[in-house]
Design a protein around this ligand. Structure first.
Ligand code: GAR
Length: 198
């Protein structure tokens, strides 16, 4: 039997990227073993439950320190033993220790054309800077915030009448296409994450 390419998806909120990954999984070579949220109220948890995917809530507030939170997160992930850890709107910066533990196995989607605009409020900053092109990046997670090697990108034009909301919507539409494609490409070995020195 072929080895199943199982992934764990980490979320914090709406989970529209998770939904795109769920929808595409039915015609793909990967399966979602579990969804973990660091927010109990994350809407994305319902998306997973509706699809019969195991869900776990691990909130930092339940622990005395970030270290203990990450230890619990790491233990849960290790039990699930995924081939890939997919951050999809997971709004928590992971420590270098955590990243090292899962070296080369964690990917993230970020709403900008990295290395431009790491961090938060990317759409607003792009508008303020009067940029003409914006977009989305999928990258390997390293200890540098939004700084790991880029795996794939897609660009959108910024329109003169764009608002944060309209721009975010167009970028998100591209996110929903590119993220399942990248995960599928990893699942079938079309893209390989080399043992990147993080
Ligand atoms: C997405 O736009 C994702 O790129 C972004 O959060 C949103 C989550 O939406 N992630 C980051 O900003 C990470 N730095 P979703 O919960 O609907 O998938």
């Amino acid at each position: 039997m072929q080895d199943l390419y199982n992934i764990v998806v980490l979320i914090s909120g709406k989970g529209t990227n998770l939904q795109a990954l769920i929808d595409a999984s039915h015609r793909s070579s990967y399966t979602i073993s579990a969804v973990i949220s660091n927010k109990a109220k994350a809407i994305g948890l319902n998306r997973a439950k509706i699809s019969g995917i195991d869900t776990y809530v691990i909130e930092q507030e339940s622990f005395n320190s970030k270290l203990e939170f990450e230890e619990s997160l790491a233990t849960r992930i290790s039990e699930i033993n995924p081939k890939l850890i997919v951050l999809a709107g997971f709004m928590k910066v992971l420590s270098p220790q955590f990243v090292k533990l899962f070296r080369g196995k964690v990917i993230n989607i970020h709403p900008s054309l990295l290395p431009e605009y790491p961090g938060l409020n990317t759409h607003q900053r792009v508008l303020e800077d009067k940029k003409k092109i914006h977009g989305v990046s999928v990258h390997l997670v390293t200890e540098d915030l939004d700084g790991g090697p880029v795996i794939a990108q897609d660009a959108v034009y910024v329109r003169p009448d764009d608002t944060v909301e309209s721009l975010a919507k167009r970028v998100l539409e591209r996110e929903h296409i590119i993220y399942p494609k990248v995960v599928e490409s990893l699942a079938i070995g079309k893209i390989q994450l080399s043992d990147y020195d993080i």
